[in-house]
Design a protein around this ligand. Structure first.
Ligand SMILES: [Zn+2]
Length: 388
């Protein structure tokens, strides 16, 4: 049962169409949509049939005119052509291959994220798009396993519907496609916490990058050194993210809830745990309920360890359903789900909700935080949040 029954009014919409699994780069590629499928499976098993979430399991392919709101015509045509080829070509310099049907697969994920915005606006309630979060795609090119940028198109849809939008990105990688796509826009506050560009793809997202023209001071980069963990995430959430969101007064929040910052991820070197993820989601959800009529859209994103992805995203669904912390670490995972996990990953499933612990002490220090905050203060000018 939700343990916030008195303050929780509307069930979240969870979006998972099994055809999202068509977004498949083939054997050996690190991006595996199936891990998000395991999150959907787990969330379904633990959510009570009468309460919990409202599911949308049928998502159409986004049409051409929708994709054109963010992507260039020539690029869409390139993807459509590559999508029909038996022979594989690269859509970028070597991370993102085309595959048969890749246009429809990627465009369906786009529509799922747009549907999440529609559900949040029409129901004044949160929405979780488990298959979304492909934040690296640019207007005219693929990048970093991302063909079409579903989160950028979700932000665009939200701006059209409600006006000002806050986009918060906690994926380990800088959300470059979204940030540069809206770099001059004053109706999008973009705050991105990520492993610094000196040590991780795509190499961008320095604290000095703060937006231009109407967007000046509204693009906020919080780069962290390898080895940083919950201490950095939680401290910067309260010191920078929440005050900036409050000052900006968005009408909707989009959270790119990538899971590759979790301790143990094979592609990134941050060390977040459930503590940091729960704090971010709970605080943004609380703000959305008080400040923007409950309109919070959460997407998945990166994440290359199947257990981290499945447990963290399923826990996010539970929290949006009204649970304060999600299932306790000591709770056993359902046997039927564990069988499915073992079958799909060819690895032994975790037994409990406990998550992987950091391998080394948190690399974030007070001195590093003061240096970063000082750089933000000079770069953001009057937009920098006042101390409260
Ligand atoms: Zn990532």
């Amino acid at each position: 049962m939700p343990d916030r029954g008195s303050t929780f009014r509307h069930r979240p919409t969870v979006i998972w169409d099994p055809r999202f699994l068509d977004y498949d780069f083939g054997p050996g590629h690190p991006f595996v949509m199936e891990y998000r499928g395991l999150a959907a499976h787990l969330l379904r098993e633990i959510s009570p049939a009468s309460g919990g979430a409202r599911w949308q399991t049928e998502v159409p392919v986004a049409d051409h005119s929708t994709l054109l709101r963010f992507h260039r015509e020539e690029y869409i045509q390139l993807v459509e052509g590559a999508s029909r080829l038996e022979r594989r070509i690269w859509l970028d310099s070597g991370d993102t291959p085309a595959f048969l049907g890749c246009h429809d697969a990627a465009a369906r994920i786009v529509q799922g994220s747009i549907d999440a915005v529609r559900a949040a606006v029409e129901r004044s309630a949160p929405a979780l798009q488990l298959g979304g979060g492909l934040h690296h795609a640019h207007r005219d090119r693929a990048s970093g396993f991302c063909i079409y940028n579903d989160v950028a198109l979700a932000v665009d849809e939200a701006c059209r519907r409600v006006g000002k939008v806050a986009y918060v990105d906690i994926d380990a990688h800088h959300g470059d496609g979204v940030m540069y796509g809206f770099y001059a826009r004053g109706d999008v506050l973009d705050i991105d916490i990520h492993q610094d560009g000196a040590s991780l793809f795509p190499g961008t997202g320095d604290a000095a990058e703060t937006g231009v023209e109407d967007g000046a001071g509204l693009k906020v980069n919080l780069p962290l050194p390898a080895g940083a963990g919950d201490r950095a995430l939680v401290s910067l959430l309260h010191r920078v993210v929440l005050p900036m969101v409050r000052d900006y007064r968005p009408q909707l929040i989009v959270l790119q809830h990538g899971v590759d910052g979790h301790a143990g991820d094979p592609l990134a070197q941050l060390q977040y745990t459930r503590v940091g993820y729960v704090e971010v989601l709970r605080e943004l959800f609380a703000y959305a309920r008080s400040g923007c009529s409950g309109r919070l859209v959460v997407t998945g994103g990166g994440g290359y360890d199947p257990a981290n992805v499945a447990l963290t995203l399923a826990r996010a669904g539970e929290i949006l359903s009204g649970s304060l912390h999600g299932p306790p670490s000591s709770a056993a995972l359902p046997a039927e789900w564990r069988d499915a996990y073992a079958f799909r990953t060819k690895a032994e499933a975790p037994r409990f909700w406990s998550d992987e612990r950091p391998a080394t002490p948190d690399a974030w220090t007070p001195a590093a935080e003061e240096a970063l905050v000082g750089r933000l203060e000079s770069g953001l000018g009057r937009r920098f949040p006042k101390v409260r």
